[in-house]
Design a binder for this molecule. Structure first.
Ligand code: RIB
Ligand code: CA
Length: 319
């Protein structure tokens, strides 16, 4: 039996156009043994994000199991995104995709890290509701997780969901607060660096895989429209794909250790990620925050990986 010595990964996600790019790049890179995809309500309802995740896996013939999480944040009502459209992934019709809601994502995270202590990285691409619930379920969870790579937060830039908060932390600030108080080793990819990598729809014509390209182009046209109209961007921000790229090529990133707290009480500031910047107060840090990325290296690797042959030959475009 071939021993698989690839590093182990769980992807926690709320697809989401940029989540889809992150999942496709990670799976097609074949650099990780992806043990599970866990879904979390965020960009859209748990039903929609779970269906979207299944449709992405079906697109490339991936057998990775999907476990859905809860349909609400820890203590608040769910506020979904606007930029991804009603389905959560406008431009790719996933309405005919069958998917099952297992509602056990936190339990499955605990089961997997317990069976593989200090071996599993969790890539968290949505609100941190599932990760926070896993920490609540098992007091040893943090010590069993190898690393948590999180897309979220805004340190020295405005928020994208209120004046100060990034969407993932805005949706479930209590979960983000619990995670940032936990002892687990964290890498954070915040809006500060995500805002510096701006793609255009035509860039996706570099994807050599014609069938994948034929699906990505309409998806990116919708995502471009949502971002420019709702968030005033000048192009496509691929947030989650940058967090996934950290796993594939950490040398393309510059990190800075920071002491972060998450605001949960403020009427206008809930979800804000607040860094300790007072020189006389800087001491214990709780996250390694990405402050720079090699944009051109990312673009080169991103489109090369998306051009790789999928795990099964996709149906003819004529289908
Ligand atoms: O703020 C960007 C984050 O919110 C990304 O994860 C995007 O998918 C949305 O979930
Ligand atoms: Ca996401």
């Amino acid at each position: 039996m071939q021993i698989n010595n690839k590093p182990k990964l769980i992807i926690d996600t709320d697809p989401g156009h940029d989540d889809a790019l992150a999942i496709l790049m990670t799976l097609l890179s074949d650099q990780f043994e992806v043990l599970a995809i866990t879904t979390v309500a965020g960009n859209a309802t748990i039903e929609k994000v779970t269906r979207n995740a299944q449709a992405i896996l079906d697109l490339i013939g991936s057998p990775v199991p999907i476990f859905s999480g809860f349909d609400e944040p820890l203590k608040r009502k769910l506020v979904t995104a606007v930029v991804h459209g009603e389905s959560g992934m406008a431009g790719f019709d996933t309405s005919s995709t069958d998917c099952r809601l297992t509602q056990n994502a936190p339990e499955k995270m605990v089961e997997l890290v317990t069976a593989n202590p200090e071996e599993i990285t969790i890539l968290a691409l949505g609100p941190l509701s599932n990760v926070a619930r896993a920490i609540q379920l098992d007091s040893q969870f943090s010590s069993k997780v190898k690393q948590l790579v999180i897309m979220g937060g805004a340190i020295d830039v405005p928020g994208n969901k209120n004046r100060v908060a990034e969407f993932n932390f805005f949706v479930d600030p209590e979960a983000a607060d619990d995670v940032f108080q936990a002892e687990v080793q964290k890498v954070l990819v915040p809006l500060d660096v995500c805002n510096t990598v701006i793609l255009q729809v035509d860039d996706f014509r570099k994807v050599q895989n014609e069938r994948l390209q034929s699906i990505l182009i309409p998806m990116m046209e919708h995502f471009f429209g949502g971002l420019t109209s709702d968030e005033g961007t000048t192009g496509i921000l691929v947030y989650d794909a940058l967090a996934a790229y950290y796993l594939l090529n950490p040398h393309a990133f510059t990190l800075k250790a920071m002491d972060l707290v998450i605001e949960t009480q403020g009427e206008h500031t809930f979800g804000m990620s607040v860094a300790e910047k007072r020189p006389h107060k800087v001491g214990k840090t709780n996250a390694d925050v990405v402050v720079q990325i090699d944009d051109s290296q990312f673009r080169q690797d991103f489109f090369n990986i998306l051009s790789r042959k999928t795990m099964t030959s996709l149906p003819d475009a004529a289908d």
